[in-house]
Design a protein around this ligand. Structure first.
Ligand SMILES: [Zn+2]
Ligand SMILES: [Zn+2]
Length: 214
């Protein structure tokens, strides 16, 4: 038994009771309050993910909708489709450059020269920004890493705007999207555009009305 006035939740990992001070008349501390029996039914850790709990009598229902359950895979899902063959790396022998003949190396250099022919080398470094990210960019709560991403997203949006691509009715595909933040900002930018347009429309209507009134 836990000491009186102390949390009675048994922490398996520590092989002892939690022992946090509990509120008057309570058996468990705030952290373990979910273990308190509700109307006679006990909360138990979800069998699919012990990080959350569920009342014992609703377990069956919960298992059907729990977010940790195995979900049916989409028809297009192919496991490891982008992983490449697993054994390729091991089979490639390591060869030093010095082990190649001069002729071999020269033919490699020729191949590389042909491959890069016509490539545009002098790409100008042009960092742009976009209004929609301005608040976030000056938000001191963002760490260096977040700020770096915001600057990049702002610049991409700036370039899209510059090229007249930031319009409704276009399809944007974000590759290697991570959290899909670029898509998010494109969406925000388009929304703002729409808002401005509505405001402009309203203003024009108002102007017209005022003119009519005069
Ligand atoms: Zn506790
Ligand atoms: Zn669950």
């Amino acid at each position: 038994m836990a000491a009186p006035g102390r949390c009675g939740f048994f922490v398996q990992r520590k092989n002892r009771f939690c022992n946090m001070i509990v509120g008057k008349g309570k058996r468990f501390c705030g952290e373990h309050a979910t273990m308190e029996e509700v109307g006679g039914t006990k909360r138990i850790p979800c069998p699919l993910d012990p990080k959350h709990t569920v009342t014992e009598d609703k377990l069956e229902k919960h298992l059907k909708k729990c977010n940790s359950r195995e979900k049916p895979r989409a028809a297009y899902f192919v496991e490891n489709i982008n992983a490449g063959p697993a054994d390729v790396d091991e089979n490639l022998p390591q060869v030093g450059l010095s082990e190649f003949s001069r002729t071999d190396l020269e033919s490699l250099v020729d191949k590389l020269k042909t491959a890069v022919e016509g490539l545009q080398w002098d790409v100008e470094d042009k960092i742009l920004s976009h209004l929609v990210l301005q608040d976030e960019l000056s938000n001191p709560k963002n760490g260096d890493s977040a700020h770096k991403h915001l600057k990049q997203q702002a610049s991409i949006l700036g370039h899209l705007e510059d090229l007249g691509l930031l319009r409704r009715g276009r399809c944007f595909v974000e590759f290697g999207a991570g959290r899909g933040k670029l898509s998010h900002w494109i969406h925000e930018a388009l929304k703002t555009q729409e808002d401005l347009k509505t405001q402009e429309d309203l203003k024009t209507q108002e102007d017209l009305k005022t003119q009519e009134d005069l």
